[in-house]
Design a protein around this ligand. Structure first.
Ligand SMILES: [Fe+2]
Length: 250
């Protein structure tokens, strides 16, 4: 079995006190990691689905490296619309960090995709990213696959969020369902819980490690839900167990 710790949207600042809508993001990520460390459940690897930082600074990535490095696990990262690709690649391009990497373990292929469009909040998975994914799946002997990206491949029923989603989500889903091996897609960006099946694929968003957005809101709005992370257990027969963990502020 492959155990994956899913973290997303930490939105760190160079300033350790930096806050997103009133919540200090570094302290919030630290609380999440402390909660994980204090529990009995252990991950084999970590996936972080973008928006690692908020202020375009190399120092914010340094904070990320320091905190996540403490886990002593492989950390698979992909960019969100708030990331700075060249700074991020520099910060998380070497083991134990991986930038848009992939890994095979326990009959599962885990593939991180880049869905960002420079200068835009919404995203798109380019033909070259799709070709990279196809190639990985073609040569992989793993029977099941989890695809990770920043932007939601489906609409969220939230007017403002759905204007900054994934341009070609439907095309992506149809293509992935055609592969008959992609069982699960995970994403961030929406700062809220989401779990549904589309085209035979389980599609799951994990809330942010800091501030959450109000689900189904027409206009931008944040709510008082605490930081969160998700535990995945991926079974060799393709089964998926998961648990969303809310971390109350201390
Ligand atoms: Fe975000």
């Amino acid at each position: 079995m492959l155990r994956v710790l899913h973290l997303t949207d930490p939105h760190l600042f160079a300033d350790p006190e930096g806050a997103l809508r009133g919540r200090a993001t570094l302290a919030s990520l630290s609380d999440v990691l402390a909660h994980y460390a204090a529990g009995a459940w252990r991950a084999d690897l970590v996936v972080v689905t973008g928006d690692l930082i908020q202020d375009d600074s190399a120092m914010a990535y340094e904070h990320f490296r320091r905190l996540l490095g403490g886990l002593e696990l492989p950390v698979y990262c992909l960019p969100g619309n708030h990331d700075v690709p060249n700074l991020m690649r520099e910060a998380v391009g070497k083991p134990p960090f991986f930038y848009c990497g992939s890994v095979e373990r326990g009959n599962w292929a885990v593939v991180c995709l880049d869905s960002c469009v420079i200068g835009e909040a919404g995203g798109r998975v380019t033909a070259s990213e799709l070709a990279r994914l196809d190639k990985i799946l073609q040569v992989s002997r793993m029977e099941h696959a989890m695809v990770c990206l920043h932007h939601p491949p489906v609409t969220m029923g939230s007017r403002w969020l759905d204007t900054v989603g994934l341009d070609n989500g439907d095309e992506l889903l149809q293509r992935l369902s055609g592969s008959e091996r992609v069982r699960l897609m995970i994403f961030g960006h929406v700062h809220q819980d989401y779990d549904a099946n589309h085209h035979g694929i389980r599609i799951i968003a994990t809330p942010s490690t800091c501030r959450q957005f109000t689900p189904r809101s027409d206009d931008f709005a944040v709510d008082d839900n605490p930081p969160a992370y998700r535990r995945f257990e991926l079974w060799p027969d393709g089964g998926v167990d998961q648990e969303l963990v809310w971390v109350s502020q201390t």
